[in-house]
Design a protein. Structure first.
Length: 369
């Protein structure tokens, strides 16, 4: 059942192009318009939404963090993303015009379920993004958009994450479409690129051997840091989470802009630092700032592992290891940038002799608070 792979996680990483394609299937019509039949919240209600609140835990929370950038940029509706376990205990402000999006692979995560129950009690509409048919979270929501990742067996989430991202983009684009905001050329080109993105994920997977080699060479390290900015920040957090849970290493993700506010003190000789570099074509200011961050940490001895778009030559002089990813629109980059981090963590876990599919102390779905 592992389909020839040593671990479910490897199989699930490899299945990502298909998972992404399946989640898009039938949801974008030939004219490039989105058709989301499963969303049962009527359009007139969505048109009235004045705030989006995303709740989730762990990896799903990272998908939600990325969704915030997309939703606000494409729809201009204020959006916040919060850990489900924090949300429900702080008396959040919700009403009938709030759309709450609950993201959960299993559909059974207790904190997320409690958050959505709380939201519905306050009159908010709840849309679930879920991978498990008929599970509790979609059953208790007003609407559901299923991710079609197929069953995810490995405890560490991989293909579910990519499909959660796709679902979040679809929700953002759909909201934009229904409300007519920013429904211009940019949106059409994003839809076009999104519908092709599984091929790009495939391309990344085909180039992972050097990443595996690099991971093996770092097996005796204690700490790895991850830096990112904009949507690259949640990607950095996700890379760090994968490494903690699989390799049992100290791993932290930072917003690169925060370096000087503290984390730079951690940089020392030979410390591996993974940096997710935004596209030089999109928000080029951010790109240039990250490049100077890479220079700064390298000057202090860090071993830089740079994830950058093909054709981005500015990073070459400062990268001890360079991982290339295909060019994508800025907001979609997490779909390709996360893959090397998954492979990296999986290979490091293997090199350290850890149980990849069943990391210590973890359960696939956390049904207690
Ligand atoms: C990390 C991981 C967990 C889950 C989290 C939420 O690899 O798998 O952080 O993402 O427990 O689970 P779901 O999505 O089932 O609500």
């Amino acid at each position: 059942e592992k389909g020839g792979y040593d671990y479910f996680m490897l199989k699930e990483i490899a299945e990502q192009p298909k998972a992404v394609a399946d989640t898009l299937l039938g949801r974008i019509d030939e004219a490039g318009r989105l058709a989301l039949d499963e969303v049962r919240i009527p359009d007139h209600v969505l048109r009235e939404v004045n705030k989006v609140v995303i709740v989730a835990c762990g990896t799903a929370y990272h998908a939600g963090m990325i969704a915030k950038y997309a939703i606000e940029h494409w729809t201009r509706i204020p959006c916040e993303t919060e850990l489900a376990s924090e949300f429900r205990y702080r008396d959040p402000i919700l009403d009938q015009r709030t759309l709450v999006v609950a993201i959960s692979q299993s559909g059974e995560t207790m904190d997320t379920l409690m958050a959505l129950r709380h939201a519905r009690e306050q009159g908010a509409k709840v849309l679930a993004i879920c991978n498990t048919n008929g599970s509790t979270i979609p059953r208790e929501s007003d609407a559901v958009l299923y991710t079609h990742a197929g069953p995810e067996v490995a405890v560490a989430s991989t293909k579910a994450f990519l499909t959660q991202l796709v679902a979040c983009y679809l929700v953002a684009l759909y909201l934009g479409q229904v409300r007519g905001t920013k429904w211009g050329d940019e949106i059409h080109s994003v839809i076009r690129e999104l519908s092709q993105i599984s091929t790009e994920v495939e391309k990344v997977l085909a180039t992972m051997e050097p990443v595996r080699e690099l991971a093996r060479s770092l097996a005796d390290k204690d700490t790895v840091l991850f830096l990112g900015r904009h949507v690259g920040f949640p990607v950095a957090l996700e890379g760090a989470l994968k490494l903690k849970e699989l390799a049992y290493m100290h791993a932290e993700g930072f917003a690169a802009g925060e370096l000087k506010h503290g984390p730079i003190a951690l940089i020392e000789e030979d410390l591996p630092v993974v940096v997710v570099v935004p596209s030089p074509r999109g928000r080029s200011v951010l790109h240039d700032k990250i490049v100077s961050n890479i220079q700064e940490i390298r000057a202090r001895g860090a071993r830089t592992i740079v994830i950058a778009e093909e054709g981005d030559e500015t990073v070459v002089p400062y990268a001890d290891h360079l991982v290339r990813i295909p060019a994508t629109p800025t907001l979609l980059q997490p779909l390709v940038a996360t893959v090397p981090l998954q492979v990296f963590a999986c290979e490091l876990a293997t090199a350290r002799g850890n149980e990849v599919d069943q990391p210590r102390n973890l359960a696939k779905s956390v049904t207690v608070e």
